[in-house]
Design a protein around this ligand. Sequence first.
Ligand code: PLP
Length: 401
Amino acid sequence: MIELAQRISLISESITLAVSAKANALKKQGVDVVGFGAGEPDFDTPAFIKDAAKQALDKGLTKYTPSPCYPELKAAIAQKFNRENNLPYKPENITTGAGGKHCLYMAFMAVINPGDEVLIPAPYWVSYPEQARLAGGVPKYIRGEQSNGFKITPQQLEAAITPKTRVLILNSPSNPGGHGYAPAELKALADVVVKHPNLIVFSDEIYEKLVYDDFQFVSFATLAPQLIEQTLTFNCHSKSFAMTGWRVGYIGGPKPVIDAINKLQSQMTSHITSFTQPAAALALTDPRGAEIIEQMRQQFEKRGQHMHQRLASLPQIVCVKPQGAFYCFPDVSAYYGRQINGKTITEAVSFSAALLEHNHVAVVPGNDSGFDTHVRLSFATSMEQIDKGIDRIAQFLQTLK
Ligand SMILES: Cc1ncc(COP(=O)(O)O)c(C=O)c1O
């Protein structure tokens, strides 16, 4: 019997996996499941980006590349940050990784020492606490109240900072909350951060392009001059370019941290896949990229408005209107304590399991995001599916006794 390393016991298996495994099993049996679980766009990668990767393969770009990537990709990313985000990064301030997730993991490994505290506003993306723990960090949660649109306040942030605090994670627009911080709200958080020069902010901006209702996105590191030295800015091609499977992510940050991440990467994955690199660079530089993103954004906006309006009109369901990403995150806790076929709904996992079993709708329970009162529904699906799924949820709620 092989004994496993202790670090494996530090991380928990996702409790949401059980629900998605059950949804897949039902689909395989031919059951018509409405899936609101997807964390990815339902659009295909734009053709011009796919063509660039095919051409790269045909040209023989099948060998090792420099670590972490070709200089052309670094340059394209630095230009993107300058042009779109007003972030003065140079190519030396850029690194790439196998998706946003890998970039975040490398960053934790590069800056966290055992016992360092990592501040995570809740609701949060499921991997932040697990990655922080793997690096030896201690996750500390700051609850963003539903009454404040899931956003934390500067007072809450100030109160949470201790001498052990090393990293603050900010994710605006957010998965799963769908909320985003307006420029003035983010500036108020920035004013707290600059008072603590040892604090590093991980600004996860991967949903920056998917914003609705005139929401104004701003990059955190632009909000005070010293923040460029205190911030790592994360982005990726996954959500904005519908490229989740390509695994392309990138970071902008102070050169010493980027150098440390590159050192790690040189011993781990070496670099991202060779033939994706010219395609990833083209996505950022070709004007067709921005046009296609805007078309997808408009679709998501319509679907999000519709899903939100339908959810909010269900009895006793409270749903904050999403300002970004592609998720609604309704509070379903008014139904806790009710029963279906003798089983009591007690929190989001049992709610989701019963909804799937009885009415064949797959949603993601909020337990792994720090909110067992809520479930996440992705609107990266068609209007027809949204209507069909919410009709079924309405029936389900009526059945609960
Ligand atoms: C907030 C957030 N950050 C990072 C990621 C990781 O992105 P990627 O798919 O590029 O690894 C996700 C993916 O769902 C996410 O929602």
